[in-house]
Ligand binder design. Structure first.
Ligand SMILES: Cc1cc2nc3c(=O)[nH]c(=O)nc-3n(C[C@H](O)[C@H](O)[C@H](O)COP(=O)(O)OP(=O)(O)OC[C@H]3O[C@@H](n4cnc5c(N)ncnc54)[C@H](O)[C@@H]3O)c2cc1C
Length: 377
């Protein structure tokens, strides 16, 4: 079987690795538009909840991923100038996106996958028994086939920029800040001993009021550094094509069309506020690899099985994602309306996935403090 994978991000590389392990005779080529060792973004979070699935799918790459992770337990959430410390029973881990890609590249190539860098594919430029669209939010594999895939797409109104910093945060920090320009939020988390990711966001009213549209990329970065100066402690932000942009919400009703199938962000765009886009993309890859290997003589049946098996659990994640980005679209109103502890409670319940019982089990200290505040109110 000849398989072309368009896109050498987490979904494309992981799918190729797993499929080659399961079908050693398959000829698998990955086409990545960027050169080797180039990527966007800095560190990415891989929450503990999905790690067991990665471990079961491929213990070898999992061990390398686990060894590269920087593990943290707690989180601090700032509502304006009030810090709320949130102790967790579980743990969170993060690693450099480039490190993750290097691990997956090395394992895939060692297994016999051919990875071609600096090869941008245009619509229709592929010919194989199976074409995997792992080419992210602006997928070319989707292009021209939107009706068959049932693609819908729209942009959120808020603005997001993904920076890095050498400021080491001991644990993840989420800072909701109001200045004379408006409402901003920053999510920072460490992913090595010396590096942290720093994602800045503001609502559209703030973007306009602060005149960010008229600023160049350096002025935008300086503005974020000023707004979050106390948290950055004098450290600069690092820029890797980091610029404010609207995030797109892309969805596809049908996950395959003929011999083409979508995975990861090409299938359903993630949103950074649930911090799981990479894990979700890799979990898509696991199910797709299993289905392709399980129906190697009937690709259509394999692709149908992929959607049938993966869709119920994926839909729950998509519903949580939708509730999370909707919450963030209104975070300024929430900041104005709620006292700090109520605000943090509202934030923690925003995806609808956390019940009161789960909150109490995972965050007992916070629930006790929340209860005290409610009784005192
Ligand atoms: C600000 C921000 C913060 C985030 N933080 C996190 C986080 O903390 N944790 C997390 O899990 N996720 C995070 N994500 C989401 C995460 O980056 C994505 O969900 C994840 O990378 C999806 O993987 P993918 O392989 O589907 O797509 P991508 O990672 O987008 O990979 C697609 C690849 O395809 C290549 N490509 C595209 N078009 C072509 C073409 N025509 N020809 C050849 N190659 C092509 C691209 O160069 C790219 O390498 C964040 C996203 C954003 C925007």
């Amino acid at each position: 079987m000849k398989i072309n994978v368009i896109g050498g991000g987490p979904a494309g590389l992981y799918f190729s690795l797993l499929t080659k392990r399961r079908l050693p005779a398959a000829e698998i080529d990955v086409f990545e538009q960027n050169p080797l060792d180039a990527t966007y973004g800095f560190g990415i979070v891989l929450a503990d909840s999905g790690l067991s699935r990665l471990a079961a799918a491929d213990p070898q790459s999992f061990k390398m991923i686990e060894a590269a992770m920087f593990v943290t337990r707690h989180q601090i959430i700032m509502h304006r100038e009030t810090p709320i410390f949130v102790e967790r029973k579980g743990f969170g881990g993060a690693l450099a996106r480039l490190r993750l890609l290097n691990i997956l590249q090395d394992c895939a190539q060692a297994a016999g996958v051919r990875v071609h860098y600096g090869r941008r594919i245009e619509p229709g430029m592929y010919e194989a028994d199976l074409v995997v669209g792992a080419d992210g939010v602006n997928s070319v594999v989707r292009q021209g086939h939107e009706a068959q895939f049932g693609t819908t797409a729209f942009d959120l109104t808020s603005w997001v920029a993904w920076y890095g910093t050498k400021r080491h945060f001991p644990y993840p920090m989420l800072c909701f800040r109001q200045t004379e320009l408006g409402h901003f939020v920053a999510a920072a988390y460490p992913y090595t001993e010396s590096m942290s990711t720093f994602v800045a966001e503001c609502d559209d009213a703030t973007y306009r009021r602060a005149g960010i549209a008229r600023m160049n990329i350096e002025a935008r970065q300086s503005l974020v550094e000023r707004v979050f100066a106390p948290e950055l402690g004098g450290e600069k932000l690092l820029n890797n094509n980091s610029n404010f942009r609207h995030l797109a919400v892309v969805r596809n009703k049908t996950w395959f069309s003929g011999n083409r199938v979508l995975v990861g962000d090409a299938l359903h765009s993630a949103h950074p506020t649930i911090g799981s886009g990479t894990r979700i993309a890799m979990e898509d890859a696991i199910v797709l690899a299993d289905c392709v290997a399980g129906h190697a003589r009937d690709i259509s049946a394999g692709l149908a099985a992929f959607q049938r098996l993966r869709e119920p659990s994926k839909q729950k994640l998509l519903d949580a994602t939708e509730r999370s980005y909707t919450w963030y679209e209104h975070f300024a109103d929430k900041m104005d309306a709620l006292a700090p502890v109520d605000f943090v409670f509202d934030f923690m319940m925003r995806t609808g996935r956390i019940t009161d019982a789960r909150l109490a089990a995972e965050f007992p200290e916070f629930v006790r403090r929340y209860g005290d505040c409610r009784r005192a109110a």
